[in-house]
Design a protein around this ligand. Structure first.
Ligand SMILES: C[S@@+](CC[C@H](N)C(=O)[O-])C[C@H]1O[C@@H](n2cnc3c(N)ncnc32)[C@H](O)[C@@H]1O
Length: 276
């Protein structure tokens, strides 16, 4: 007798999102968040020997930055191709980092395993926000630290995701990733197990040869824009490209024909409650 397993809408969304992050070629643009990861790790301040988890590590920026400080770092992501690149980067730098394929919504670690649990522009992209937030708290040891960097709703990437959603509406069950860029929302997601929640906004400067070069780079390599474009007709794709060009033009502060723009993100830190 065959067994039929029924996926919930959020499980279906996760499968679709995993495909999205596997599409395009995220590694071609992953460098855009290197300064974000460095800032996050500076703020979290892991010490040599600390056990650090980088959730949704992608090509490994945060785990590698933590390992350079002597932390015992693990990076986890559900896209095998990105995990393989992260491993190659660790090998190239002769850094002892463990990279695992896994799901941020079901972390394969016992409770209280880590001194620090970090994520840069990562956990914000899960399907089930509450499950992932509860997992962050669960695997952090009492007194340990959670630190997250997330694009804000009104910053450049927040506007870009809204623009994409206007052309290809997200499934009804999907919550906007940029809600992780709002301190109050994350405070509620982390719940009573977290205390001492603080946040600060910062921005990372991006440079492109032109607004068109930005749009084409993202339409080709960035999973969310690449997948949206693949679902549109030629006319629809051209309209999306036009809106992305307009967004880059509006945000541009270069004045010399190239594009220089500042992408805002929130860094939130919290402490795992000792008695929670
Ligand atoms: C914008 S990328 C950022 C990657 C990396 N943190 C960085 O700063 O370059 C978002 C990452 O989240 C990962 N991701 C999203 N949902 C996930 C989940 N449920 N489990 C594991 N990884 C997930 C994607 O595979 C992707 O690598």
């Amino acid at each position: 007798m065959s067994t039929v397993t029924t996926q919930t809408p959020l499980e279906q969304l996760k499968v679709a999102q995993q495909r999205i992050w596997s599409s395009g070629d995220y590694n071609r643009i992953a460098a855009i968040t290197v300064p974000v990861a460095e800032t996050l790790v500076d703020i979290a301040g892991p010490r040599p020997g600390d056990a650090v988890l980088d959730v949704a590590t992608g090509t490994g920026h945060v785990a590698l930055a933590a390992a350079r400080r002597g932390a015992e770092a693990i990076g986890l992501d559900y896209v095998p191709e990105l995990v393989a690149i992260a491993r190659d980067r660790a090998t190239a730098e002769v850094l002892d980092v463990t990279f695992l394929e896994g799901d941020a919504e079901a972390l394969p670690f016992p409770d209280a395993s880590f001194d620090q649990v970090l994520s840069a522009i990562g956990v914000m992209f899960v399907a089930d926000h509450q499950r992932a937030a509860s997992e962050l708290v669960r695997v952090t040891r009492p007194g340990g630290r959670i630190a997250l960097a997330s694009w804000t709703p009104t910053g450049f990437v927040g506007q870009m995701l809204t623009t994409v959603g206007a052309h290809v509406p997200p499934p009804a069950v999907a919550q906007p990733p940029t809600r992780w860029g709002n301190e109050q929302v994350v405070r509620e997601l982390l719940g009573d197990g977290a205390t001492d929640v603080k946040s600060t906004t910062s921005s990372v400067t991006q440079r492109f040869a032109s607004a068109e070069a930005f749009a084409d780079l993202f339409l080709t390599y960035y999973g969310p824009t690449h997948t949206a474009a693949s679902r549109l007709s030629d006319t629809g794709r051209a309209a999306l490209r036009e809106d992305l060009v307009a967004l880059a033009d509006t945000s541009n502060r270069s004045g010399d024909g190239t594009v220089v723009c500042d992408w805002e993100y929130l860094v939130l830190t919290a402490t795992r409650r000792e008695d929670g």
